[in-house]
Structures are given as structure tokens and as C-alpha cells.
Design a protein around this ligand. Structure first.
Ligand SMILES: C[S@@+](CC[C@H](N)C(=O)[O-])C[C@H]1O[C@@H](n2cnc3c(N)ncnc32)[C@H](O)[C@@H]1O
Length: 199
């Protein structure tokens, strides 16, 4: 049952939109994707890893914006991988893989609204292994995100680890990373974090 709810929730954009009945969510995702794209394009990466692509909302945009980059998109959902492969994006390989088990070295690791599902320190340690620069989005507590949290837990079985940007910066610095924070949306309290491996 949980698997079915989870795949509906993550896998089918139409079902997700209907369940939420909240058009702003789509708007929020567009805003987050735009912020990530702006940053990633400026880095001119040859290789990109996207973590947790789900319905490939960001992947499609990355593929178009970076036609000469090799993009690897991973997700633990087999349905997402199947649907992703059907898109025929020429510079993207879709893999069913767990971020924490993935091995590789990339110019940029990118991820939209996935790292809220992870323990933050564990996520940062793994990011450090995989990418020179990592561009991810997170959300802080707000009336909107606090209401969304139990719903997400019910649908997917996964908790959402909301975190204030200052707290995330502190943990990232403790892990030896450089950090830049860019605000995305005040209602969702979403923000983008650009992490760099200090040499
Ligand atoms: C909240 S959705 C975000 C999806 C998409 N990035 C977006 O913003 O619409 C989280 C996605 O991450 C995937 N995911 C969760 N844990 C993962 C892990 N450990 N490794 C890879 N993907 C994971 C889920 O299957 C799901 O598709």
C-alpha cells in the first residue's frame, strides 16, 4: 500500500497535482528548478549527477540547458527510471540507484528537494565524495512545510528534515565544505545551497 502511495506521489505528476490540489507547488518547483539551472549552467560542467529525479522535471531542463554535458540521473524508484528512459533525452542516462551507494566523480552534483529526506550530515559526507560542486535545494520550517510534512510521511513513509539555512551552513562548514545560500521562495521557505570541496 505504502509502495503504491509512494509511486503515485512521486511518479505521476497528474496524480500528485490532483492529490495536493495546490497549484503553488508546481510554481515552487519551477522557481527551484530555475535557480538550480542558473547556477549549474554558469559552472559549465562536463559531467553532472542528478540525485532523485522523480518525474524528470529538472532533468529535462538540465538536458536542454547543457546539451554537451553527460548527465547521470539516479533514483531509487524503478517506475521513475522506466519513465525517464522513455523520454529519450540524448545526454542523460537514467539509473535505478541509491545515492548513498552510488560511486563516481562528477563536476557537479545537483538535486532538487531530495536532501530534506536525508540525515543532513550523512548527505553532506556522501556529496563530498561525488562532486566538486554540489547544488541542492532544501526547505526550512514554515506553516506550509510543517503542514506538508505529515502528509508526505503518510504518503511515502519518509520524513522531511526541515532545516534552517544557518544550521545547514554550520554542518556543511564542519564537514569542510564551502557554502553559499540563495533564497528561493518565502512561502515554502526553500533555498538553494551551493557546496564546494575546499582544496
Ligand atoms: C521529493 S521527491 C523530489 C523529486 C524531484 N527532484 C522534484 O523536485 O520534483 C524525492 C525523490 O528522491 C528519490 N529518492 C529518495 N531517496 C533516494 C535515494 N537514497 N537515492 C536516490 N533517490 C532517492 C525518490 O524516489 C523521489 O523520486
Amino acid at each position: 500500500m505504502r509502495g503504491l502511495l509512494s509511486s503515485l506521489y512521486y511518479g505521476l505528476p497528474a496524480a500528485r497535482a490532483t492529490m495536493f490540489l495546490v497549484p503553488p507547488l508546481y510554481w515552487f518547483r519551477r522557481e527551484a528548478a530555475r535557480s538550480i539551472l542558473r547556477e549549474v549552467v554558469s559552472l559549465k560542467p562536463k559531467t553532472v549527477l542528478e540525485v532523485g529525479f522523480s518525474d524528470a522535471f529538472l532533468t529535462k531542463r538540465l538536458s536542454l540547458a547543457l546539451p554537451s554535458s553527460k548527465i547521470t540521473a539516479i533514483d531509487t524508484s524503478s517506475g521513475s527510471v522506466r519513465r525517464g528512459k522513455r523520454l529519450g533525452l540524448p545526454n542523460v542516462r537514467f539509473l535505478e540507484e541509491d545515492f548513498f551507494k552510488h560511486r563516481g566523480e562528477y563536476d557537479v552534483v545537483v538535486s532538487m528537494h531530495v536532501f530534506v529526506l536525508f540525515n543532513h550530515r550523512a548527505g553532506l559526507r556522501k556529496l563530498k565524495e561525488l562532486g566538486d560542486v554540489c547544488v541542492i535545494t532544501l526547505t526550512a520550517p514554515s506553516p506550509f512545510t510543517v503542514l506538508h510534512r505529515p502528509f508526505h510521511r503518510f504518503m511515502t513513509g519518509m520524513d522531511v528534515n526541515l532545516i534552517e539555512p544557518e544550521e545547514y551552513v554550520r554542518i556543511a562548514r564542519e564537514e569542510g565544505l564551502s557554502v553559499k545560500v540563495v533564497k528561493i521562495n518565502d512561502i515554502e521557505r526553500s533555498y538553494m545551497v551551493v557546496l564546494g570541496r575546499k582544496r
